[in-house]
Design a protein around this ligand. Structure first.
Ligand code: UDX
Ligand code: UDX
Length: 453
């Protein structure tokens, strides 16, 4: 098939390179000329494992990056919308989706053959049928269901694992306004290994995506709420508590061989300093607002956000338990990215933590294996912040270290500390280190400073 993808962001470009790898001919369209120039030269505009090699393999062969949407659509049979759907502070901002639909509709005027338009961006239920479809009809002067079809195909891509998640999906949700739209959309996934395919209407497809993200975000906030309670119960560590909960055979099944299976979702039932990223925060808020507009109060999801907004400040609370006055303290922040494996810092817990430390007068060193804080717009107005060149540097000559992102590199901390004369207090925001291996340790969901010496 020949496919146009409108919006060459994280989701769009991943979709493009992966479909190209499955034998489709792809046009990746973006209005950002610099982004298109970069992609055309074989360089992804963001860090994503496996992306660069796939891009280099397909660019100028099965994948063309262009700003010319009309020409791309003329040459293809299917168009995906993968532009961003941010939260505007009150509700989902559909302006990019609407703009993309208008442009696609106007391009469809000049297309003779039947064309399928698929929304892949995360949009609230009803958007594809009630917003995108009418715009396409109006801008093209054509009729949906006759001249073109409309589908909805949510993405379930974790940043850092997006290429692998796309090529080895756990499910494929095929939403469509009619059987023909669904059939064409499903045909695109023929080269994928056999997996559960759900054929649904567009609204159900939209709702599946929101519900999936809301469930995972709820598990995280639930675990964090339990952690915050544990942190005021002397002698109780949330790692032991949740570890015991995970052993429920309904969560970690025991096979007939006696072997226990630890499903990967269990990590969402671990505590930490909060979730971030381009999806969970905005999607949960958008669903709460969507419910509100329909007279349904989403009380659990409201609290999921409230707990998460507060969670980064638990790190500051742990710090002030040991150092009541932060003014003048030397603090290292480990990890800026919202999660390991990405250079994305959108909604990262590191942002409120660094801002708070800065406001309270700490001298902050930051270290992230990929993200450079100094050159980052988000932190440009802070003056007491410097970049550590190495992890070792970040651990040296500081009073405390706040570990924010679960980068694998940070597993080396106990080993590095062993070679140092003086040890900072380590506050583990991901509970990824063994407390017995650190001389002065605090962590989310742990009541006291733990001293191994
Ligand atoms: C995606 C989704 O599409 C979003 O709905 C989902 O919930 C999260 O992931 P993402 O890939 O992160 O968004 O978006 P972003 O990195 O903002 O990229 C969107 C791209 O679309 C940008 O490069 C932007 O320049 C482009 N764009 C936007 C267009 O080309 N045309 C437009 O009209 C609007
Ligand atoms: C998520 C969904 O997982 C994906 O299916 C969807 O399509 C897009 O949104 P992503 O935001 O990339 O993907 O990452 P994910 O790995 O789910 O992590 C989201 C946030 O939750 C991160 O801030 C991460 O640190 C946090 N998280 C994740 C935890 O706190 N604990 C975990 O066990 C996993």
């Amino acid at each position: 098939m020949r496919i146009t993808i409108v919006g060459a962001g994280f989701v769009g470009l991943t979709t493009g390179v992966c479909f190209a790898d499955k034998g489709h001919k792809i046009y990746c369209v973006d209005m950002d000329k610099d982004k298109i120039a970069k992609i055309s030269s074989g360089v992804p505009p963001f860090f994503e494992k496996g992306m660069e090699s796939l891009l280099k393999k397909h660019i100028h062969k099965d994948l063309t990056a262009t700003t010319d949407l009309k020409e791309a659509i003329k040459n293809s049979n299917v168009t995906f919308i993968t532009v961003g759907t941010p939260f505007d502070g009150k509700q989902i901002d559909l302006s990019y989706v609407k703009a993309a639909a208008r442009e696609i509709g106007s391009a469809l005027k000049e297309v003779k053959d039947y064309h399928l338009v698929v929304v892949k961006s995360t949009v609230t239920p009803g958007t594809t049928d009630e917003v995108v479809l009418p715009i396409l009809e109006e801008a093209s002067g054509k009729t949906a269901g006759k001249d073109f079809g409309v589908g909805m195909n949510p993405e379930f891509l974790r940043e850092g694992e997006a290429v692998d998640d796309f090529l080895n999906p756990d499910r494929i949700v095929i939403g469509g306004m009619d059987a023909k739209s669904r059939e064409i959309l499903e045909g695109l996934y023929q080269g994928f290994k056999s997996i559960d395919v759900m054929r649904v209407d567009n609204k159900t497809a939209e709702m599946i995506k929101y519900t999936s993200n809301s469930l995972l975000a709820t598990m995280i906030s639930f675990s964090n709420e339990i952690a915050n309670l544990c942190s005021v119960i002397e002698g109780v560590d949330v790692v032991d508590v949740l570890g015991g909960v995970h052993l429920d055979k309904r969560l970690s099944p025991i096979m007939p061989t006696g072997e226990r299976v630890h499903p990967s979702f269990i990590t969402y039932l671990e505590s930490g300093c909060g979730f971030g990223g381009s999806c969970f925060p905005k999607d949960v808020k958008a669903l709460v607002n969507f419910g509100e507009n329909r007279g349904v109060r989403m009380e659990i999801l409201e609290k999921v956000i409230a707990v998460n907004n507060n969670q980064p400040f638990q790190m500051i609370a742990l710090l002030t338990k040991h150092f009541p006055n932060i003014q003048g303290l030397k603090i290292s922040v480990l990890g800026i990215a919202f999660k390991p494996g990405t250079d994305d810092i959108r909604e990262s817990p590191s942002i409120p933590i660094i801002n708070e430390l800065s406001a309270k007068g700490a001298a902050i060193k930051v270290f992230d294996p990929i993200v450079q804080a100094e050159s980052n717009e988000t932190f440009k107005d802070l003056n007491n912040i410097s970049q550590a060149e190495t992890l070792e540097d970040a651990l040296t000559d500081v009073d405390a270290v706040l570990l924010i992102t679960r980068w694998k590199e940070f597993e080396k901390i106990p080993e590095l500390l062993r070679c140092m004369k003086t040890h900072p207090l380590i506050i583990d925001g991901r509970r990824m280190l063994k407390k017995s291996e650190i001389s002065k340790y605090m962590g989310i969901g742990l009541n006291q400073i733990y001293s191994s010496s």
